[in-house]
Design a protein around this ligand. Structure first.
Ligand SMILES: [Zn+2]
Length: 328
């Protein structure tokens, strides 16, 4: 990992070009060979991942944990909070946590690379247990609103300023109506985590895409959504209702090879695709600064507009304060 020569700031860190705000990514499972989901992840490994993210112009992220047994998630949140407490660098990089599971759809295709055995209906008691472990820093929860009790759960999170995003879901129109009424505001990696073949009109991608109340989040690596599909999806949203994330896993910012995503072994091929053993995607290998470049290219946006979507616009949507890296 190294910085382009003209982007090394006075603190020796990579600064964004022209002193623009750094990038913010709200869905990062790992980076530079480091899997955030692993119970044996170490402080030096996290410092390595944070330095690599800074080299890719990232100011901060939501560390994202996927579906796992509840106690395992609680332990990982406690572990990360201890790492944050001991390190100004990690404290600055980790703006909060995104829980992507376990309150997702276990149906084939919709569950994606997550283990369905640990999925179940949302529980306020479980959420509060995890939020205590995270010292209040769970900022975003992805869930499938077809589970019973979702409305009460979303209302509870919304009242506590925790953003709710719909994803890994086969919700009906009525489920989505109820989720929006309760406070859901986002869609997680829309167009992914669905079966390869769907009813042509009546499917959850169309249902979610049509809802102007929801900000749709996309993975613009050219693989999760072919470029033309991304163009169509973004055009379907009103201005300001699309955001972008990498959904990066450990193989992002790292060479091809085998990595983990929790208990899964994920192979990253020379094509840059992170495949789970079943052959589906298991996160992306897209570095955030490459995401900015691709959004500009695929959507024919001026580079500064693409950058703003990945920085101040995304940060504002999730209530995150962005500041230039200042950790030496
Ligand atoms: Zn996912």
């Amino acid at each position: 990992m190294s910085c382009p020569e003209d982007s090394v700031g006075s603190a020796g860190l990579c600064a964004p070009p022209s002193n623009e705000p750094p990038l913010f990514d709200f869905q990062v499972n790992g980076f530079a060979g480091v899997d955030f989901q692993r119970p044996d992840v170490s402080a030096p490994a996290l410092e390595h991942a944070a330095a690599a993210l800074r080299a890719h112009q990232v100011g901060c992220i939501f560390v994202t944990f996927i579906t796992a047994p509840l106690e395992q998630l609680a332990q990982q949140l406690r572990r990360f909070e201890l790492f944050r407490e001991a390190s100004p660098s990690l404290s600055a990089m980790i703006a909060g946590y995104h829980l992507e599971g376990p309150w997702l759809s276990p149906q084939p295709g919709y569950c994606g690379a997550h283990p369905p055995a640990h999925m179940h209906a949302p529980s306020i008691v479980e959420f509060e247990t995890l939020q205590r472990a995270a010292r209040g820093r769970i900022r975003l929860v992805t869930l499938a609103p077809e589970w019973a009790g979702s409305s009460e759960f979303i209302t509870h999170l919304t009242a506590r300023q925790v953003a709710v995003s719909l994803g890994h879901t086969n919700a009906t129109e009525r489920d989505i109506d109820a989720a929006i009424a309760a406070g859901a505001r986002f869609c997680t990696h829309l167009g992914n985590a669905v079966p390869l073949v769907l009813p042509r009109h009546d499917n959850v991608v169309q249902q979610l895409l049509s809802r102007d109340e929801l900000i749709a989040c996309f993975i613009p690596d050219g693989l999760h959504l072919p470029r033309r599909v991304l163009q169509n999806f973004v055009r379907a949203k009103p201005p300001g209702r699309a955001l972008f994330t990498t959904d990066a896993m450990a193989g992002a910012g790292a060479p091809a090879g085998n990595y983990t995503l929790g208990d899964l072994t994920v192979n990253v091929g020379a094509d840059g695709i992170a495949r789970n053993p079943g052959g589906g995607f298991a996160g992306s290998t897209l570095p955030p600064d490459d995401g900015v470049r691709r959004v500009a290219e695929y959507l024919a946006l001026p580079p500064h507009e693409a950058r703003r979507l990945w920085s101040t616009t995304a940060a504002a949507a999730f209530g995150v304060t962005l500041s230039a890296p200042s950790i030496s």
